[in-house]
Write a protein that binds this ligand. Structure first.
Ligand SMILES: *[C@@H]1O[C@H](CO)[C@@H](O)[C@H](O)[C@H]1NC(C)=O
Ligand SMILES: *[C@@H]1O[C@H](CO)[C@@H](O)[C@H](O)[C@H]1NC(C)=O
Ligand SMILES: *[C@@H]1O[C@H](CO)[C@@H](O)[C@H](O)[C@H]1NC(C)=O
Ligand SMILES: *[C@@H]1O[C@H](CO)[C@@H](O)[C@H](O)[C@H]1NC(C)=O
Ligand SMILES: *[C@@H]1O[C@H](CO)[C@@H](O)[C@H](O)[C@H]1NC(C)=O
Length: 394
């Protein structure tokens, strides 16, 4: 289990000191316009749709997705193995294969059964599928925004940035894991009794949710919250046997599956004990319904809501508490807000939000996809992204 105690931030520190001199003078560009419909060098492709039937036994639900994405899933797992090979003289994967299967049965139903099903169908060892699922809980940096237009329509959009410090490909100037992740991005329409319950943009092989919409009711995204008070202690505690918190992306999925309104979702997201800190960005279907919930493991520090009477027609979250300055090497907030302000409430819609999310460094080399959601029409559109040079690595 020792590898899990290896503090993330130490890796981040080392990498910062070795990479920062190359990248500190990153690219901050003028706000983009006319980026929609997506095309050109920052558009890498559409995301394909799958239907997932929640009435099937959990172990069978993902079979059709995994069968289609098997080669891409293998390529990703191999890249993780290669990266892990550098730790503890290559013993890391041995530990993963031996120890992590033991925790699958401690994970809540139906996630445990879905993960076992994915392992069985793909032939990838159970421990490695578990690792793949834990990954996203801890390495996701993002930008999420909810905005209200003058007619009271609520829009919710995000960039999913993933793979920070996980293998830098010098030749292609890309992050190795980010590139391997892009072909795994899928849109999933979760059905019950042959009707949509919610829709999500996710990764094949991953059972939690980071981005989703319940048409006509609410929209939800999750961003990682780095926190000095040991964000990953909860995950370690789980593995060691103290299991009273909820995995963040399992909560997100469970809320998408079961909550029936903005208020219901907000309460569940604010009150459930978690394994690690997080930001939940939640949009509703009525004026004023959009908020950023800043979570510690135990409680909620703040709920920051759209407030038209204060002139606050959008809320925007990257990976820092909104009342504090972002980390100086990673300020995607100011550029994004600058572009939101320039767009103005009168001109906000999914197209103009796509422009904001296409502006560097809001768009950067970690950006795997951009999702656009409109609750009133139930629309979820996602696009794979690329960020050719000159482009900031995060
Ligand atoms: C993506 O989808 C749009 C709309 O369906 C289509 O016009 C476009 O050609 C697709 N692009 C690629 C690269 O597949
Ligand atoms: C680097 O880019 C080239 C050309 O796009 C591609 O063929 C190759 O697979 C990439 N290498 C990696 C490691 O992704
Ligand atoms: C499911 O819904 C689709 C269209 O919404 C319909 O064509 C199909 O017959 C339905 N299937 C069942 C089993 O009810
Ligand atoms: C908004 O959501 C609530 C709760 O889910 C629902 O009762 C209501 O009909 C929705 N309103 C609209 C305009 O869709
Ligand atoms: C955007 O506008 C808001 C509200 O007027 C203001 O508080 C904020 O400082 C502005 N941000 C930027 C980066 O322009």
């Amino acid at each position: 289990m020792r590898w899990l105690m290896f503090p993330n931030r130490f890796i981040i520190f080392i990498t910062f000191t070795s990479l920062s001199s190359h990248f500190i003078h990153g690219t901050v560009e003028e706000c983009r316009s006319s980026m929609y419909p997506p095309e050109g060098p920052t558009f890498k492709g559409n995301v394909s749709w799958f239907t997932l039937d929640l009435d099937l036994p959990p172990s069978d639900r993902w079979s059709h997705v995994i069968k289609e994405k098997k080669p891409e899933l293998f390529a990703m797992i191999q890249a993780i193995r290669d990266l892990a090979g550098g730790f503890f003289h290559g013993k890391l994967i041995g530990l993963v294969d031996k120890e992590l299967p033991l925790i699958v049965d401690t994970l809540p139903y139906p996630f445990n059964e879905e993960i076992k099903g994915i392992s069985a169908v793909s032939g990838i060892p159970l421990g490695e599928v578990v690792l793949f699922n834990i990954f996203y809980e801890v390495f996701t940096v993002c930008t999420s925004v909810i905005a209200e237009d003058l007619k009271g329509n609520i829009y919710h959009a995000r960039n999913l940035d993933f793979g920070l410090f996980m293998g830098w490909d010098k030749k292609n100037q890309t992050w190795t894991i980010t590139e391997k992740l892009k072909p795994l991005v899928v849109n999933v329409d979760f059905h019950r009794k042959n009707r949509t319950v919610f829709k999500s943009t996710s990764f094949a092989g991953y059972v939690g949710m980071l981005t989703g919409i319940r048409p006509k009711e609410f929209t939800l995204t999750m961003n990682e919250r780095f926190n000095l008070d040991g964000g990953y202690i909860g995950i370690l505690e789980w593995i060691l046997g103290q299991r009273d918190g909820m995995w963040m992306s399992f909560l997100t999925r469970s809320v998408l599956e079961n909550a029936t309104s903005y208020e219901d979702a907000k309460n569940q997201l604010a009150q459930t004990k978690l394994l690690a800190p997080a930001y939940f960005i939640l949009g509703g279907n009525q004026t004023g319904q959009g908020c950023v919930i800043t979570r510690t493991r135990i409680n909620t520090l703040d709920i920051w809501e759209i407030a038209l009477y204060l002139g606050r027609w959008y809320v925007l979250e990257t990976n820092y508490d909104h009342w504090e300055e972002p980390f100086f090497l990673d300020d995607r907030r100011k550029p994004a807000m600058k572009c939101m302000n320039q767009t103005t409430q009168a001109n906000i819609n999914l197209q103009t939000i796509y422009n904001v999310l296409s502006t560097k460094p809001v768009l950067n080399k970690l950006t795997a996809y951009t999702s656009l959601m409109e609750v009133s029409s139930g629309k979820l559109e996602s696009y794979l992204r690329a960020c050719p040079n000159p482009c900031t690595p995060w």
